[in-house]
Design a protein around this ligand. Structure first.
Ligand SMILES: Nc1ncnc2c1ncn2[C@@H]1O[C@H](COP(=O)(O)OP(=O)(O)OP(=O)(O)O)[C@@H](O)[C@H]1O
Ligand SMILES: [Mg+2]
Length: 137
């Protein structure tokens, strides 16, 4: 396959979350990611995409696959211009929700990835970057 790939998906509705899952599954398959690596990353990305749609009022997911010395690195950046997260530490805790969910998405996503970076403010909205190495041989 081509060494590096990048793609931006607009997130407005439920079916856009499916598009993120599908794009990631395709790239991760090409990168020879192991089934567990694939499940972890796609699950984390689904939760973040859902948050972008439900809490952030929509936004984008930018997916990047880059070649590393051994294997690949998969990254996805979720961005929205929504209300932001007032207390990030609280939002990461299991059971914290301002909606009708279980409050497991954000903390769960963090545990499923090697890199989890979250920047949020009422002015600029929310930006979450997740990244993991996959397909190491
Ligand atoms: N992109 C976002 N913009 C604004 N607030 C957010 C965003 N993502 C998360 N939050 C806030 O963080 C809280 C916790 O998010 P988390 O995904 O853990 O739970 P949830 O979405 O409420 O429920 P679940 O994901 O379990 O269905 C949300 O209830 C919401 O208040
Ligand atoms: Mg959620």
């Amino acid at each position: 396959m081509q060494d590096d790939a990048s793609e931006t998906i607009v997130l407005r509705a439920q079916h856009d979350i499916t598009r993120v899952r599908r794009a990631l599954t395709l790239l991760l398959t090409r990168a020879s990611a192991k089934p567990t690596e694939m499940t972890k990353f796609v699950t984390a990305a689904s939760e973040l995409a859902r948050n972008t749609v439900l809490h952030g009022g929509g936004g984008t997911a930018t997916i990047e696959l880059t070649r590393e010395r051994k294997g690949f690195r998969i990254s996805t950046i979720f961005e929205d211009a929504g209300p932001g997260i007032a207390d990030v530490e609280a939002a990461l805790r299991s059971g914290f929700t301002t909606g009708s969910g279980l409050g497991l998405g954000l903390g769960g996503a963090k545990r499923l990835c090697e890199v989890f970076e979250l920047v949020s403010s009422a002015e600029a909205g929310t930006r979450v970057r997740i990244s993991s190495r996959v397909g190491l041989r």
